[in-house]
Design a protein around this ligand. Structure first.
Ligand SMILES: Cc1ncc(COP(=O)(O)O)c(C=O)c1O
Length: 403
């Protein structure tokens, strides 16, 4: 953890733990470096589902072209906090109310997922127009990936066989402008694998448009850029990705590519700080029970990994018995939930971990608090802190416990 952030964490009182701390300067710098690596004809949208914290949205807004939302709730949230931001609306199962809201909010693009959704759109449009990308489960092979959403039978997007019918509905309607295609097929792709997929998708789209005699000016190739929780310092190679996209675009002068990463943008800026409540040994194995758990930070349970962490020793011990500790041995870090699934990291070698020490789980800025089962067991919610340049935190500054 960098020194200014560590200082911030030291200022958080025990009573405020567990706490999420978001490092805004490093988020801004990271988003800036992503933008710089991309060619001009690539639009960068942030997938709000990864983390919709308003101050994170404001920090990335300086460096992205817009925001991808996937529900009416996300749409209203982004509009409330960033009234002028460009918004694209994707995701499966949009209701007629959400489609109506999206049109009223002036979303820049609607990503239509099915023929049914397209037909519902036509019923709510009235005199309004809509700029649409058809999301398609393109017939390409998804190789290296953690999570696939296409390239095989999938509830996401249109089967390519349905594209012609949708094109006909659009042509007959007259109020819908088809701008292009949307193809988010997988998450957990490194730059090489992602580029290979983009190349395949764009070649398939070239072929499809040539056969149909249509011209599409946009392809949104989604998010899914890899975040490696086992190797926190190995980030997605945005420079290689940008170079590859430049080459793909150089052969297609009329085309704009769009990407909508989430995890790879905000994962690194978040830290979940908590404290050891108990250290115990069970049949020879050490367990540290922490305040909080996967109902605050679901990421390791959802992705089945060990969440990376740093120990922040606290030497104060006032109780009249020997402080429980684990020394030079593997420790499993668990939370307060009554389930064996409440594991944040398994059998990780530690030199010393004592009751009262703090544990700071890094890479907790995406699909963390917002995907957690926050009500389970009714423990207090974490507090939230935003570390920003020049704000030397006073105790309780920026602290807000939700709900
Ligand atoms: C359509 C779409 N776009 C973008 C994303 C963001 O993906 P990631 O956070 O892996 O970059 C997702 C994630 O599920 C998605 O479904």
């Amino acid at each position: 953890m960098k020194e200014p952030l560590l200082r911030h964490v030291h200022h958080i009182t025990d009573a405020e733990l567990p706490a999420y701390v978001y490092d805004l300067p490093s988020l801004r710098e990271h988003a800036r470096s992503i933008r710089v690596a991309l060619p001009q004809r690539v639009e960068l949208l942030y997938a709000v589902k990864a983390n919709s914290d308003p101050r994170l949205l404001q920090a990335v807004a300086e460096h992205v072209d817009g925001f991808e939302v996937a529900s009416g709730g996300e749409l209203r949230h982004v509009r409330a906090h960033l009234p002028d931001a460009a918004i694209v609306f994707g995701g499966p199962g949009k209701t007629s109310t959400e489609l109506d809201e999206a049109l009223s909010a002036g979303v820049q693009r609607l990503h239509v997922e099915s023929e049914q959704e397209l037909r519902i759109l036509t019923t709510v449009m009235g005199h309004r127009t809509a700029d649409v990308l058809l999301r398609v489960n393109a017939p390409v092979v998804v190789r290296q990936t953690a999570l696939t959403m296409g390239g095989r039978p999938s509830p996401f997007g249109l089967d390519p066989s349905q594209l012609d019918r949708c094109m006909q509905i659009i042509a007959d309607d007259g109020r819908i402008r088809l701008r292009g295609l949307h193809v988010h097929l997988a998450s957990g792709l490194d730059a090489r694998a992602h580029l290979a997929l983009v190349e395949e998708v764009v070649s398939w789209a070239d072929c499809w448009t040539r056969q149909r005699g249509v011209e599409l000016t946009e392809i949104n190739v989604g998010g899914g850029m890899d975040v490696d929780y086992d190797r926190p310092h190995k980030t997605f190679d945005w420079s290689a990705f940008g170079t590859g996209l430049r080459q793909i675009l150089s052969r297609r002068p009329g085309l704009t590519l769009k990407i909508e990463p989430g995890r790879s943008v905000t994962a690194y800026c978040g830290t979940y700080v908590t404290q050891v409540l108990d250290v115990k040994f069970s049949r020879g194995e050490a367990f540290a029970v922490l305040r909080g758990g996967t109902h605050h930070l679901r990421t390791p349970a959802a992705k089945q990994h060990d969440q990376p962490f740093e120990i922040i020793p606290d030497d104060v011990w006032h109780l009249p018995w020997i402080r429980p500790e684990a020394r030079d041995e593997p420790v499993t870090l668990v939370g307060q939930l009554c389930t064996p699934k409440d594991v944040l990291a398994r059998r990780v070698m530690t030199t010393r971990l004592r009751v009262g020490d703090r544990v700071a789980f890094t890479m907790a800025g995406a699909y963390a608090w917002n995907i957690s089962h926050q009500g389970f067991l009714m423990h207090p919610h974490p507090t939230f802190h935003h570390h920003d340049e020049g704000n030397q935190p006073l105790p309780y500054e920026c602290a807000c416990r939700t709900a």
